[in-house]
Design a protein around this ligand. Structure first.
Ligand code: ATP
Length: 210
C-alpha cells in the first residue's frame, strides 16, 4: 500500500518492552503519537528513520509506499523529519539552506535556484533567498525548515514536536502550513506531540504510548 506502515513493531531496551505499535498512515493522513516523557516517542521516530541506538532491539517491519525499508540505511530512506528546533545552517543563506535539501539529480544552477525560489514562494517567503537565517522570525525559520525538508522529496514526514517552541498564535499558523503542505504532496505524517491541541488539529487517529 502507499503510505507508511508499521507492522508489528516492537522496540525493547535491555529486554524490557518500550514500544509496541501497529499502524497504517495513508498518503495525506496524520497519525498523532502521544505519551508521557520517556514512553518511547522519539525512539519510535528513530526506528522509522533507521537511526535506532544500539541499546535498543527492534522486531517488526517498516513499509514505505509498498517497499519494506526496515533494514535500509538512514540515507537511503526517503523519510523527512522536523525537530523542535529548526536546525538551519548558520553559515548558509536561506537559499543555501534550501538548496541543501535538493536532490543531486536536480542539476544546473538555474534549475536549482528556480526550485528554491518556488519553495520560498510556496510559504510566502518570496525574495528571502539571500537572507541570513539569523535575521528570520521564529515562524519564518519554521517555514524554511519545512521547505528544506520537502525539497528533498521525502515519501513520509515525521514531526518531533516541531511546534512546541512557537507561541500560541504562530503555533496554529505554522501547524496548518505543515499539514497543508504535506496533504498537498500526499505525504503520510507521523506527529509526536505532548499537546492535545496539536493532535486535534492534525485530525487523524491518535495513539498513546506508555
Ligand atoms: N540512546 C539511548 N540509549 C539508552 N536508552 C535511551 C537512549 N535514548 C533514550 N533512551 C531511553 O529510552 C526511553 C525512551 O526515550 P524517548 O526519548 O524515546 O522518550 P520520549 O517519549 O520521546 O520522551 P520525551 O517526551 O521526554 O521526549 C527513556 O527511558 C530514555 O531514557
Amino acid at each position: 500500500m502507499a503510505g507508511l506502515r508499521l507492522e508489528g513493531l516492537r522496540i525493547t531496551r535491555a529486554g524490557v518492552p518500550l514500544v509496541a505499535l501497529e499502524a497504517e498512515i495513508a498518503p495525506g493522513e496524520v497519525l498523532s503519537v502521544m505519551g508521557p516523557s520517556g514512553s518511547g516517542k522519539s525512539t519510535l521516530l528513530s526506528a522509522i528513520m533507521g537511526t535506532l541506538a544500539p541499546s535498543f532491539a527492534m522486531t517488526g517491519l517498516v513499509w514505505l509506499d509498498g517497499c519494506e525499508i526496515t533494514r535500509q540505511p538512514p540515507e537511503a530512506r526517503r523519510v523527512g523529519i522536523l525537530y523542535q528546533e529548526e536546525l538551519l545552517f548558520p553559515h548558509l543563506s536561506v537559499g543555501g539552506n534550501l538548496a541543501f535539501g535538493l536532490p543531486r539529480a536536480v542539476r544546473g544552477r538555474a534549475a536549482r535556484a528556480a526550485r528554491v525560489a518556488a519553495a520560498l514562494a510556496e510559504v510566502g517567503l518570496a525574495g528571502f533567498a539571500d537572507r541570513d537565517p539569523a535575521t528570520l522570525s521564529g515562524g519564518q525559520k519554521a517555514r524554511v525548515a519545512l521547505m528544506r525538508m520537502l525539497l528533498a522529496e521525502p515519501l513520509a514526514l515525521l514531526l518531533d514536536e516541531p511546534f512546541s517552541r512557537l507561541d500560541a498564535g504562530l503555533r496554529a499558523q505554522v501547524r496548518e502550513m505543515v499539514f497543508a503542505r504535506a496533504r498537498a504532496r500526499g505525504l503520510p505524517v507521523l506527529l509526536v506531540t505532548h499537546d492535545a491541541a496539536d493532535a486535534a488539529a492534525a485530525g487523524g487517529c491518535v495513539v498513546e504510548l506508555g
